[in-house]
Write a protein that binds this ligand. Structure first.
Ligand code: KG4
Ligand code: ZN
Length: 347
């Protein structure tokens, strides 16, 4: 065993996945255990905070145990460098379970605790999967709660290039899927149906596509789909799905391309649950190739919430800022720190 431990235990409980992982040097995943609660929330058509908190509490200990065992960590106090957990943004009752668990373990093992921003975790997902992939890069982070375009100049150095001014892309997927009677979460079934539908049936609006800048908007699109479906009850669901998906992908790809050009980024990548979308992946890869940029598309497991990305972000955050105080709160509205603001001693 090396004198200075380089393994970090990460814990993620911000929404409906109870996850723990052990990562070496912020880049090599030794274990990543994810217990999804999606089946508990499906009948309600969305995540129920109270149910999420209770399920995290029931699952956190077995999940952490499994992550340590899979990574071969038998003596955490000696083998780990720190324990990291997502402190926000997310559901407060869900966050508290992971944060309290991580603090308790850090205290018991006499290790530093590191609080991690969930979004910062998503930014690191690509670096975990491809050891040759390095910043600078532009990340399109598209999830159920967030839609951001971020320039990652180096670990810990971020600049916000654009964001949604209303709904997140995943939220639009979930709402339109519900309108079409496709269940929850809506992204995967909508994606599958869109692949067999005819997008030419109607042209839905591309929010802010004609506006300068890299901001995005999806609420107008959602309303247009609702109105159109009401006016055309005979339309095939697959065709509506295809037309909706084309509008979303068009505007996401356009703004990612614009953002990458703006900062002359040599590389782009996707992150977050919507990064699993097949049409978005194909379009972004084709655009990057045409523009001569490297492109990284995370695996489906790395698109959705997991703790390996939290451990990776925690590693860099710990090296830049040191330990997080044990009285640090869980913050449901935690914001990512961008370059204009102090970002610690990030290199
Ligand atoms: O990142 P994530 O697992 O959770 C957070 O929101 O943090 O993202 C979940 C979102 C949901 O809105 C889901 O419908 C969407 O990602 N999603 C997809 C696909 N797979 C998941 N959206 C479009 N196409 C997909 N294939
Ligand atoms: Zn997420």
């Amino acid at each position: 065993m090396s004198a200075t431990p380089r393994l970090l235990l990460g814990i993620e409980t911000s929404c409906d996945e109870t996850a723990a992982a052990v990562v070496e040097d912020g880049r090599r995943t030794l274990s990543s255990v994810v217990s999804s609660q999606v089946e508990l929330h499906a009948e309600f058509g969305g995540v129920v905070p109270e149910i999420a908190g209770r399920a995290h509490l029931a699952r956190i200990v077995p999940v952490v145990r499994a992550a340590l065992a899979e990574a071969g960590v038998e003596r955490p106090a000696r083998q780990l460098a720190a324990v990291a957990a997502t402190t926000g943004p997310g559901l407060v009752g869900a966050l508290l379970v992971g944060v309290a668990s991580a603090k308790a373990l850090a205290l018991a093992w006499e290790l530093p605790f590191v609080g991690v921003n969930h979004l910062e975790g998503h930014l690191y997902a690509s670096l975990l999967e491809d050891p040759t992939f390095e910043p600078p890069m532009v990340v399109l982070l598209v999830s159920g709660g967030h839609t951001l375009l971020v320039h990652v100049a180096a670990p810990g150095r971020y600049r916000l290039l654009g964001r949604t001014i209303d709904d997140a892309a995943g939220e639009a997927y979930d709402k339109v899927a519900r309108m079409l009677g496709l269940g929850y979460p809506g992204g995967p079934p909508l994606d599958r149906l869109a692949a067999i539908g005819d997008p030419g049936i109607v042209r839905f609006p591309r929010g802010l596509a004609d506006e300068p800048g890299c901001d995005l908007s999806f609420s107008g699109l959602k309303t247009s789909v609702l109105r159109w479906v009401r006016a055309h009850p005979e339309a095939a669901v697959a065709d509506v799905a295809a037309a909706f998906q084309e509008a979303v992908v068009d505007v996401l790809a356009l703004k990612l391309r614009r953002a990458a050009a703006l900062v002359h980024a040599p590389a782009v990548c996707l992150a977050g649950g919507v990064a699993a979308n097949s049409a978005l992946r194909a379009r972004v890869a084709a655009d990057a190739e045409a523009d001569g940029r490297r492109c990284f598309l995370p695996s489906r497991a790395m698109c959705t919430d997991n703790a390996a990305m939290v451990a990776a972000a925690g590693w860099w955050r710990w090296r830049a800022d040191g330990a997080t105080p044990l009285d640090a709160p869980a913050d449901p509205n935690l914001r990512l720190r961008f370059e204009a603001e102090p970002v610690g001693a990030a290199r």
